[in-house]
Structures are given as C-alpha cells and as structure tokens.
Design a protein around this ligand. Structure first.
Ligand SMILES: [Zn+2]
Ligand SMILES: [Zn+2]
Length: 184
C-alpha cells in the first residue's frame, strides 16, 4: 500500500512508537541533501550532509515531529553575483496524522492540509523543503549593503568603492581624498 520507500533518507519509520500516546524517540542523523533544496540562488548543495536532530512522539491521532535541521548553503549574491557560502539552521515541527484517522474524516478540516503517515512511515522531505525555503532570504546578498555592479562596465562595486567613470580627480585634491579615506 505504501508508496514511501523505507530506505529513502528522509523517510522515518515510527513503528517502534507502537501508537502508544506519550511514547517518544530522539534521533540524530545526517543525511544527504536531495536536489534543489532551497531556492535557485541559494540552496543546500545536492549530496551535502543535512544534520537532523529530531524527536518523534506518539500523540492521539498521529506522530508529532519536532527538531532542527542544519546544513551548508551555496549560492550567489543577487546584486553582484559573488558566490555566497553560508549555513542554515531551521526548526522543524509537524504533526503527521495516522492515515486511517484522515480517511475516517476524524479531522476533516485538517484533512486536506495535514501531513499523514503512510502506515508507520513518515516523509520528512516536504517539511524540510518548506522550512528551508521559508528561512532563506528572498534575494540573498553577499553583504547587507552590497552596492552591486557598475551599470557602465559591470565592475563589482564592493571591490572598488571609489569606482567612477567621471573625470579623474584633480591632483590638487588627491591628497585630501586619500586623507579622508584613511579616516573612513
Ligand atoms: Zn554582492
Ligand atoms: Zn564602471
């Protein structure tokens, strides 16, 4: 009946909780990231380890999962295209209803949206994907005030704060400009 593969990295088997409310188990696992975890400009590289520290707990209608996920991020600045390396740390929490509970309509209002177990198996991947995307900035930047690229020549302005295409600085003022830069 189940379409989940119990050997898939993000599928957890909750059988040992035995549907006894209150029974719980903690697990700390490291699993390879699936493809496209995150957004195009900032994501967990495929195959990179995702550290999961989880607790699964049997409750009345299903299994409550809580925990954290931690992984490396790779991407690029949306203003200057500089590569970005970062880390992500997200909280995870989700109630997975027993599939016979949802089938019986015991939770009709939740039924459509709630996650469900397939038999004893729980698929963590959709939850992880949502949590990662929500935690990412919409437009990642290499630094908060990244000035982007020069519209005239494409130079990365963060590397050249004084970049300009105007006439060169009058040599009589060059000394003063240098002095001002030192103070900055
Ligand atoms: Zn940048
Ligand atoms: Zn330029």
């Amino acid at each position: 009946m189940s379409s989940l593969d119990p050997r898939a990295p993000f599928v957890l088997d909750t059988r040992e909780l035995g549907r006894r409310p209150g029974a719980q188990r903690e697990l700390s696992i490291s699993v390879p990231a699936p493809a496209e975890l995150g957004i195009e400009v900032l994501h967990v590289p495929e195959g990179e380890q995702v550290q999961l520290d989880l607790r699964i707990e049997s409750v009345m209608d299903g299994v409550l999962l809580t925990g954290t996920a931690e992984a490396a991020l790779e991407g690029e600045c949306t203003r200057c295209l500089e590569p970005i390396e970062d880390e992500i740390f997200v909280d995870l929490q989700e109630l997975y209803l027993y599939d016979d509970v949802t089938r019986d309509g015991a939770d009709e209002e939740l039924g459509d949206e709630a996650s469900t177990l397939e038999g004893d198996l729980l698929d963590l991947e959709p939850l992880l994907r949502d949590a990662v995307v929500l935690a990412l900035p919409f437009q990642p930047l290499c630094q908060d005030d990244c000035p982007g690229l020069c519209i005239d020549c494409g130079a990365r302005l963060a590397d050249e704060p004084d970049h300009t295409h105007e006439a060169p600085i009058d040599p009589r003022w060059a000394g003063l400009t240098a002095l001002k830069q030192d103070q900055d």
